[in-house]
Structure formats: structure tokens, C-alpha cells
Design a protein around this ligand. Structure first.
Ligand code: COA
Length: 357
């Protein structure tokens, strides 16, 4: 059998810190309300020198260095983001341009569930035998879409990037099972507006006579959210998806060494952990320092958990995320790099793809 081990991991955040005290100066809120209702104390916000690309590239370099690999080793780059620097080209192509190399490259948008969707996609590419080495990046600079006069949303979100490198192995490492889900009837619960027909084209637009009215981009699109609705949805899907993915891998919740959940609200994480009967020391939480960083939140949390020495070879990790769409995703990951060296040395023969793949 062929598997896709995580051999590198990394993260990057902007230097600029936005504290609860800063937000008190912007909207009618308080540090006490934000901490007690969300668990967030501060978040990072992109400054003039930052972009989706710069954060993604810094996280990717971190992941490559930990894996001892160089950009020329990468076969494919998949980027999960809903805040690419350009509509066209893809964020993944912009990352490849900065890193170097000639990997294939494309983006996935599943909002805050994007990283786990991308991990499942990358794992499938490796397990099928199509590719051997894939860079998966979760990055969002969503503070671009935050209205800092709206206290319902502006306290929650921050910017950041996380990345993992996946490599083929013949040992059962990396993602062993995944669950992906979506319910498009929930689009209105959490979205950023895009195109509008309001006001039409300028009266003196010479193309209007031929083309008629055309849509234009909302000039200051801001995130809109039904907080209570998302909260209820989040607790339910986190518990359901975590249970399903563990079962799919042939394991039980007792076998889970660490739950690495999407960091959206401390109360959502606590409620899910309580329902799943997972003790605090088996749940990774860093929302206090970064807020909700969307597609970056799980790879950032993973990077910090590994740095803290909380993840060991052979451990079973559960990643679980939810977000706009509405969408959700979970992954059962067996940590470690067993078998990777052998695969590197023999050009992949040690992890031959399945006979029917
Ligand atoms: N500061 C102070 N008061 C605030 C506030 C803020 N930043 N935001 C809302 N309030 C007020 C409300 O206006 C309301 O006041 P009222 O009772 O006078 O009407 C009160 O606090 C309670 O509002 P409510 O929306 O019920 O609070 P909540 O406990 O549900 O917390 C969220 C609100 C947004 C923090 C919470 O619903 C949440 O985290 N939802 C999930 C959002 C999410 O995860 N989104 C991303 C998904 S990837």
C-alpha cells in the first residue's frame, strides 16, 4: 500500500498584533466580553509588507526546511484559501513563482475547512501513484474582508499561513481516513459578497450600448455572519465528523492522541471536546493568540503542537474543521515519517501504487 506521510510543517503570521484593547478603541466591546465569549486575546493582521503570498511562502519554506527538501522536489502545490492575492492567477502559482521549481499548482476554496479538503485531495494524488511529493498550504488574509465597525465579526478573525509537505511512504502514515461535507443551503450564514448589479455601469461607459448593464465588484466587501447559527452548526459537525473519521479509520476516540480543531471560538472547541469526552491535554488550543485564521488555523496549530513536543511517531491525530459554505471536513492522521527515507532512496518503488491505481 502507498500512503502520504507529513514530513514537513510550518507556519507564518504577520508581525502586527491587534489586541482586544485595540478593538475596544474601535467598537463597543471589552476585553472581558471577547475573552469570555471567544477565548481570543489577540490576533495578527497583515501590514503593508504582508500578502497572502508572502505569508504562504514563509510557511512553505519552514515546512520544506523541516522535511529537508527543496522546491525542485515538489510535484504539486495545493493552496487552500478564500483570499488569494489575485483572482487570476491562482495563489498556488504565485507561491511556486516565489519558491522556484516547476510543480503543478492549483487552489481550493472550502473556506475554513479548506486545509482539510486540500489534505484529503493531496493524499489521494499520492495514494493513487500520480505524485510523490506535495506541498499543501492553508493561508488567509481575511482581515481584508473585515468591517472594523462591526463588533459581531471584527473581534474573531486574524491572518496567517500554515503548510505541510506530504511524501509517499509504504508505511501507514499520514491521512488514513477523511470525511468531507457541505450544505450549500447555509451560504447565507457566513459569506463575503462579490459581484453586484447595483448602479450599473457609468452612464458614459461606451461599452454599455452594446453590452447592456454589467455586474461590478462590491468596492468594500465585508464578511457577513449569523454568529449563533454558525455556532450551533459548528459544534454539531465537529462532533459528527470527528466520530465518523475515527470510525472510518477503524479506530475509537480512545485511540486519539491529539484533536487539532479549527480555532474559531474557544467555547465551540470546549463544547465539542466535552461531547467527545476528550480531556483538555488531548486537544490543541492556540486561539487566544491568533483568533480564527481560517484555512491556516489547523496547520498553524499542528506546527505549534509539534514544536511543543506534544506529537510523537505513531500518534493518531484528528483534524476537524468547519466554515463558510457551509462546509466541514475531518482527517485521521497517523503522525510520523516511517518508510519515507526508503521511498526517497528507491524512487518510490517501496510504495508502489495499488495494482488497480
Ligand atoms: N462585544 C460586546 N458585545 C457583543 C459583541 C462584542 N464583540 N458581539 C456581540 N455582542 C453582543 C450582542 O449584540 C448581544 O447583545 P444583546 O444581548 O444586547 O442583543 C450579546 O452580545 C450576545 O450576542 P450573541 O450573538 O448571542 O453572542 P454569542 O455568545 O453567541 O457570541 C459569537 C457571538 C459571534 C462570538 C458566537 O456566536 C460565535 O463564535 N459564533 C460562531 C462564529 C464562527 O465561528 N464563525 C466562523 C466560522 S469558520
Amino acid at each position: 500500500m502507498r500512503y502520504a506521510a507529513i514530513t514537513g510543517w510550518g507556519m507564518a503570521v504577520p508581525d502586527r498584533v491587534l489586541t482586544n484593547a485595540d478593538l475596544e478603541a474601535l467598537v463597543d466591546t471589552s476585553d472581558e466580553w471577547i475573552v469570555s465569549r471567544t477565548g481570543i486575546r489577540e490576533r495578527r493582521i497583515a501590514g503593508p509588507g504582508d500578502s497572502n503570498t508572502s505569508l504562504a511562502v514563509a510557511a512553505s519554506r519552514d515546512a520544506l526546511a523541516k522535511a529537508g527538501r527543496v522546491p525542485a522536489d515538489i510535484d504539486l502545490i495545493i493552496t487552500a484559501t478564500f483570499t488569494p492575492d489575485l483572482f487570476l492567477a491562482s495563489q498556488a502559482c504565485m507561491i511556486q513563482a516565489e519558491l522556484g521549481g516547476s510543480a503543478a499548482a492549483f487552489d481550493i476554496n472550502a473556506a475554513c475547512a479548506g486545509f482539510v479538503y486540500a489534505l484529503a485531495s493531496a493524499t489521494s494524488f499520492i495514494r493513487s501513484g500520480m505524485y510523490r511529493t506535495i506541498l499543501v498550504v492553508g493561508v488567509d488574509t481575511q482581515t481584508r474582508f473585515i468591517d472594523y465597525t462591526d463588533r459581531a465579526t471584527c473581534v474573531l478573525f486574524g491572518d496567517g499561513a500554515g503548510a505541510v509537505l506530504l511524501e509517499a511512504t509504504g508505511e501507514p502514515r499520514g491521512e488514513l481516513a477523511s470525511v468531507l461535507g457541505a450544505d450549500g443551503s447555509g451560504v447565507q450564514a457566513l459569506y463575503v459578497p462579490g459581484w453586484t448589479w447595483d448602479d450599473g455601469p457609468a452612464g458614459d461607459d461606451p461599452t454599455a450600448a452594446v453590452l447592456g448593464p454589467r455586474p461590478r465588484l462590491d468596492t468594500h466587501p465585508a464578511m457577513l455572519m449569523q454568529g449563533n447559527e454558525v455556532f450551533r452548526f459548528a459544534v454539531k459537525v465537529m462532533c459528527d465528523a470527528a466520530r465518523q473519521v475515527v470510525l472510518k479509520a477503524g479506530l475509537s476516540l480512545d485511540d486519539v492522541d491529539m484533536l487539532i480543531p479549527h480555532q474559531a471560538n474557544r467555547r465551540i472547541i470546549d463544547a465539542a471536546a466535552r461531547t467527545l469526552a476528550l480531556p483538555r491535554d488531548r486537544v490543541w488550543i492556540n486561539i487566544d493568540r491568533y483568533g480564527n485564521t481560517s484555512a491556516a488555523s489547523i496547520p498553524m496549530a499542528l506546527t505549534e503542537a509539534v514544536a511543543a513536543g506534544k506529537v510523537a511517531e505513531g500518534d493518531n491525530l484528528v483534524f476537524v474543521a468547519f466554515g463558510g459554505g457551509l462546509s466541514w471536513a475531518a482527517s485521521l492522521v497517523r503522525w510520523g515519517t516511517a518508510g519515507v527515507e526508503r521511498c526517497r532512496a528507491d524512487g518510490g518503488a517501496a510504495a508502489a501504487p495499488p495494482a488497480d491505481g
